[in-house]
Design a protein. Structure first.
Length: 377
């Protein structure tokens, strides 16, 4: 492993928190990569190179300084990774006074490097997994090469799965808050949903995640439903964010994953409208409507609602009238208005649209147009 400049700077920053001395980090060529005194960066340090060559601590006293190039009095301690020296951590000062800090500093530095290495390995694996799943979700033909790549990443390709899309509404969060909320949400999702060996959670862009959920038996599919509903409620409570969750169809073969993903996207549109967890297999009318393009939806809204688009109170009244199954009493109750006011509003809707509210076909058109309208607005 090679010491990178960013890691060297991090080491200096963290060591300075516990040692009130000048700190340097030197690479395996004897060049100072990072220092609390930034003017020393890039300079040659003979004492550090000697510590590397001998794989031992080199103490330099004030009287020794003239014998070495680019040094100050202090300690030079080899940094080891997997038993091999890869650099040096240096502390400036009288070796007798700073000696007690030497081993602590050396051990702390090696732990920082080990943590950075482990984090990078995990990040690299996650990037590989994200790339693979993205390709898998968009591919209708899964060849032998994809099978092998999946197996290398630990994915059993022919396990029955459901593709789940999770969308976090962070429209009210600042750009700085978004980053931290995403980290927290990812950890929460992982804790709540990744419960089986073949469950995989993938970041899918800002505020969006993909969950490949193992679900072969009907009992497993019901368990998935319970987990998703519980997850949505829990995240709302813990993180105070709206979460939209949509599950695609259950697929048995690797080549069908793109279908589950495609269906999850359709279900997500419905989930955002109803603000609940939606399973594609539960949808009927919504599935058919999901196939309609946005342009066609807008044209339908214009033709059916017409001037109502500019009358929010009337639109809301019509929506509640539909939701209350055309009951005047229940609609007036939900809207907190007198029933005579409701009669007036319904009459006004009929006048503006030229459509009768007692006609079954017209009511169906109103219902669909309202679905489209509230998806856009």
């Amino acid at each position: 492993m090679k010491l990178l400049s960013s890691l060297a700077k991090r080491i200096v920053y963290e060591v300075r928190d516990i040692v009130n001395e000048e700190v340097i980090v030197v690479n395996d060529q004897g060049t100072i990569m990072a220092a609390s005194d930034t003017t020393r960066v890039g300079q040659y340090h003979e004492g550090a190179l000697l510590a590397l060559q001998k794989n031992d601590i080199i103490k330099i006293s004030s009287s020794d300084v003239a014998s070495f190039n680019g040094v100050k009095a202090g300690l030079n301690l080899p940094i080891k990774f997997t038993g091999q020296p890869i650099g040096v951590i240096g502390l400036t000062g009288d070796p007798k006074n700073i000696g007690p800090f030497g081993e602590l500093t050396q051990r702390m530095t090696e732990l920082i490097i080990q943590e950075a290495y482990s984090s990078e390995r995990l990040a690299s694996k996650n990037r590989g997994l994200e790339t693979f799943v993205y390709e898998w979700a968009h591919k209708q033909i899964v060849d032998r090469d994809m099978y092998e790549r999946g197996e290398i990443l630990g994915i059993q390709m022919d396990v029955s799965r459901i593709c789940v899309l999770i969308d976090i509404d962070m429209s009210e969060s600042s750009s700085r808050e978004v980053r931290f909320v995403e980290y927290d949400v990812y950890d929460e999702l992982h804790e709540l949903l990744v419960v089986a060996e073949q469950d995989f959670l993938i970041r899918w862009g800002q505020g969006r995640f993909v969950l490949l959920k193992q679900a072969a038996l009907p009992t497993e599919r019901e368990a998935v439903r319970d987990q998703l509903v519980h997850c949505q409620r829990t995240l709302k409570k813990r993180q105070n964010v709206n979460v939209y969750i949509a599950a695609g169809s259950t697929v048995q073969q690797a080549a069908e994953m793109s279908l589950s993903y495609k269906n999850a996207k359709k279900a997500l549109r419905v989930a955002k409208h109803h603000k609940t967890t939606v399973f594609y297999d539960d949808l009927t009318l919504d599935v058919a409507l999901a196939e309609i393009s946005d342009d066609t939806r807008q044209l339908f809204i214009d033709r059916v609602l017409g001037p109502l688009k500019y009358e929010p109170d009337l639109l809301w009244t019509l929506r509640k009238y539909m939701e209350c199954e055309l009951s005047l009493k229940e609609t007036a109750k939900h809207l907190h208005i007198h029933i005579n006011t409701l009669h007036y509003r319904l009459q006004r809707i009929a006048e503006l649209t030229g459509k009768r509210l007692k006609d079954g076909e017209q009511l169906t058109k109103f219902y669909i147009a309202l679905l489209f309208w509230y998806e856009f607005n």
